[in-house]
Design a binder for this molecule. Structure first.
Ligand code: NAI
Length: 779
């Protein structure tokens, strides 16, 4: 018999990892775990079982947290936080470095425990999850060390409530804990109810690493405990990873509370194969895209788009590869696809596939008893098919074809999500042309599911907001240093709607580069100090807002204009404003009843210069990643931003909001200061003479309180900012849950528009999204 025949007749021999160390660790805790609060484990209370999904056996008993447990954890975090922040960057870096070392030293125990509890192949927990965990702690030890030098004027947010899912239990913990601790915060963690064991082992590691008591607290239990954590009044910041449905609930639950929020939610990420791709590599990539962790991955490449000419050949190769995938005991080192996390999830997958309209392919494989589902390919679906739109969260790949790159982009973006995208092509021009057009937070070229602590991860649209990893991941865990002043409501001057001096002029809106009458025909007088009528302004309603948004949508060419062109236009606006400074100054003096009009105009001109300067400088950067290649962190405009302008500085406030947004390529719908709207309406004439394309800036006047909810629930607005002195933060955040648009609200905090806090990076960051594009190179 030749070697070839011997190989063909050889039986597959399993290579089982031993569970003995992990089981001994569970036994050392007598199989029952309490919470980890203020540096020690509590006595187990009401408990529930956590099971090994591969066998159905109970592994241990976990405590169901109560309100009292959450209160105790938040109190411990609160009292520990100041001292932890006060330890300084180097002090914290040493502790976080110790965490990294200890996770590394215990890597095998963590990996085995993760696989037992979650069902993912040991190959993945050992080679991917746990190495990424210690990498995350190393990287953020460095961030703690650099904080004082690199993030001047920023400090810890305080107590962070962090809730995470079962698909990457320890990795999601690390993504949240490492940056929080690095920046000087204390945390209260709520792991997923199916998979709490590695978090509890991490608690022990915290003690060994010298994390001061109370800095890390862990309360276990189900979604009800998660709800208690996110809505606790003592929590300053909430970070959540999980389903879009729960993300939406958390957006509503935290609305108006002043808590900052980041959400990393679901996805239906496209995986695009162009006809010039290296097809064998693209097939292998799919194994990592959709069969990694059994497809229970938020960024799984679950929607395959293949160029028509190669579709049949590609599917044939893919089916042949699927036939070779090994499904089975996740503790076997040769297994590719492990168990589904829970019978509930298995039933969900079965139900979704059963209703399929496409052609279903499943290789013949002997599935072991228990929570297993075979690798599945469904072809011939239309983009609108529910299976192409809904997250399945299982080893199920759905597919359609496309003809041209334009069609590929259109189909890829035909989703409410925007987490990740993958594309395969040997043509670098095509790949780098398509990547920026994909609506996603992360794009992988000729590779997939690559992650690193140095590269931001997170989504757009209903995949959530905020980034984890990289410099951009730190902003959620810091806030401006020092005490915040409360914003006082700005009373409008009142008077009697009498005679307007001179000719009666009713200021219109500015929509699509033209003046527009209010749809409802309602106007109101604007009074100066002493009740003098200064003019009339329109009161915008729902229809006016809709028209303005439509005009803004239509001006999409602005996003593609060069930074140089945008800078030139901003300089030109400044020049034209300065030419009329006397007129604007006197208007401001009339509106405010003060004398500082000239200073405000000068500050507005300077601010326009600031953002003209930034327009071609706030670009992205290149991250060094542990692959042969680079990851680009590209700054992209958010899209259409609706903003309620500050009431207190009618011209400077409007320009401070408009200029950073348009400098970064956004289009805006601004609602002018309610107190002094006439400065905004005069400003149209400056815009008209400054070569700004119509629709890039649209200005309405009207009631902030009435327009805020309409803006926040408008599906064609991508972000809402509010600097209004009306109390609208809560309603904006709650209504934004409709499509999970970005919000930036002042929460009643005053901002001095004349000072440094009135401009700069915070505005530029809010005006952009970071897209991470991974570009491996070489043969
Ligand atoms: P989930 O979103 O319900 O759970 C994630 C975490 O949130 C868990 O720790 C859970 O206890 C907690 N939670 C649940 N309700 C909460 C609430 N109202 N307030 C605060 N915390 C709450 O996800 P689940 O039920 O585990 O999975 C359901 C589906 O969600 C999956 O089939 C999948 O489609 C999707 N999913 C997406 C993930 C992602 O990474 N994007 C991760 C996990 C699930």
């Amino acid at each position: 018999m030749g070697v070839k025949e011997i190989f063909e007749t050889m039986e597959y021999g399993p290579a089982l990892e031993t569970a003995s160390e992990a089981m001994a660790w569970i036994a050392a805790h007598e199989g029952r775990f309490g919470h980890f609060i203020d540096g020690r484990f509590t006595k187990p209370g009401a408990v529930f079982a956590t099971r090994n999904p591969a066998t159905g056996e109970a592994l241990a008993e976990i405590s169901q947290g109560s309100q009292a447990d959450v209160d105790a954890a938040v109190a411990a975090a609160r009292s520990a936080q100041g001292k932890w922040a006060g330890l300084g960057g180097h002090g914290r870096a040493r502790v976080i470095y110790a965490l990294a070392r200890l996770v590394q030293k215990n890597a095998r125990l963590f990996a085995v425990l993760e696989t037992l509890d979650n069902g993912k192949p040991i190959r993945e927990s050992r080679d991917i999850d746990i190495p990424l965990v210690h990498r995350h702690f190393y990287y953020h030890a460095g961030m703690a060390q650099l904080m004082a030098a690199e993030l001047p004027g920023r400090e810890a947010v305080g107590v962070c409530g962090q809730v995470f899912p079962w698909n990457f239990p320890l990795l999601m913990l690390a993504w949240k804990v490492a940056p929080a601790l690095a920046m000087g915060n204390a945390v209260v963690l709520k792991p997923a109810e199916y998979t709490s064991l590695t978090a509890l082992l991490f608690a022990e590691i915290c003690v060994q690493a010298g994390v001061p008591k109370g800095v890390v607290n862990i309360v276990t239990g189900d979604g009800a405990v998660g709800e208690m954590v996110v809505s606790h009044a003592g929590v300053d910041k909430v970070a959540f990873t999980g389903s879009t449905e729960v993300g939406r609930k958390i957006r509503v639950a935290t609305a108006g509370s002043g808590k900052s929020l980041t959400l990393e939610l679901g996805g239906k990420s496209p995986y695009i194969v162009f006809e010039d791709a290296d097809l064998d590599s693209a097939v292998e990539g799919l194994v990592d895209a959709i069969w990694f962790n059994g497809g229970q991955v938020c960024c799984a490449g679950s929607r395959l788009l293949v160029q028509e000419g190669i579709a049949e050949a590609f599917y044939a190769k893919l089916r042949a590869r699927m036939d070779k995938l090994r499904v089975g005991n996740p503790m076997d080192k040769g297994v590719d696809v492990g168990a589904i996390v829970d019978p509930v999830q298995l039933e969900r997958i079965r139900g979704m596939v059963a209703g399929s309209e496409g052609e279903v392919y499943q290789p013949e494989c002997d599935l072991p008893e228990g929570c297993y589902y075979p690798p599945t390919l469904i072809t011939g679906l239309e983009s609108a098919n529910p299976l192409m739109q809904e997250e399945i969260f299982g080893p199920v790949l759905v597919s359609t074809t496309f003809r041209t790159p334009e069609e590929a982009v259109a189909v890829a973006n035909d989703t409410r999500y925007g987490l990740a995208a993958t594309l395969w092509s040997e043509n670098v021009n095509l790949a780098l042309d398509v990547a920026p057009k994909l609506v996603a937070g992360v794009v992988w070229i000729n590779g997939t599911n690559m992650f690193d602590a140095a590269v931001g991860f997170g989504g757009v649209r209903e995949s959530g907001f905020g980034r984890e990893g990289g410099w951009e991941g730190l902003s959620a865990y810091t806030k401006p240093s020092g005490k915040q002043k409360a914003l006082k409501p700005q009373e409008k001057f009142s008077g009697e709607a009498g005679v307007v001096e001179g000719l009666d002029r009713t200021a219109k809106f500015y929509v699509g580069g033209k003046q527009a009458r209010p749809d409802g025909g309602y106007v109101r007088p604007v009074f100066g100090k002493g009740g003098k009528v200064l003019g009339q302004v329109g009161i915008a309603g729902r229809k006016d807002l809709r028209n303005a948004v439509e005009a803004a949508r239509g001006a999409k060419g602005w996003a593609g204009a060069s930074g140089h062109l945008r800078a030139q236009i901003l300089y030109y606006i400044a020049e034209n404003l300065e030419a009329r400074s006397a007129e604007f100054a006197s208007r401001i003096n009339d509106l405010n009843g003060g004398k500082a009009g000239a200073d405000e105009v000068a500050a507005a001109v300077s601010r326009l210069f600031t953002y003209a300067a930034w327009a071609d400088k706030f670009g992205g950067d290149v991250r060094s990643v542990p692959i042969r290649g680079v990851a680009l962190a590209m700054r992209e405009p958010v899209g259409v931003i609706g903003a309620l302008c500050p009431d207190e500085a009618p011209l400077l406030g409007l320009i401070s909001v408009m200029a950073p947004a348009i400098a970064m390529g956004n289009r805006v719908v601004l609602v002018a200061s309610e107190h002094g709207p006439l400065s905004a309406t005069d400003f149209y004439q400056v815009l008209d003479t400054s070569d700004l394309p119509g629709g890039v800036v649209n200005i309405l006047t009207g009631s902030h309180a009435e327009l805020a909810p309409v803006m926040a629930s408008h599906m064609d607005i991508d972000a809402v900012w509010s600097f209004s002195s009306s109390d609208v933060s809560g309603v904006i955040e709650a209504q934004s849950a409709t499509d999970l648009k970005r919000t930036w609200v002042n929460d009643g905090r005053a901002r001095d528009w004349f000072a440094a806090e009135g401009e700069g990076r915070a505005f530029l960051e809010a005006a952009t999204e970071v897209k991470s594009i991974w570009v491996p190179y070489g043969e």
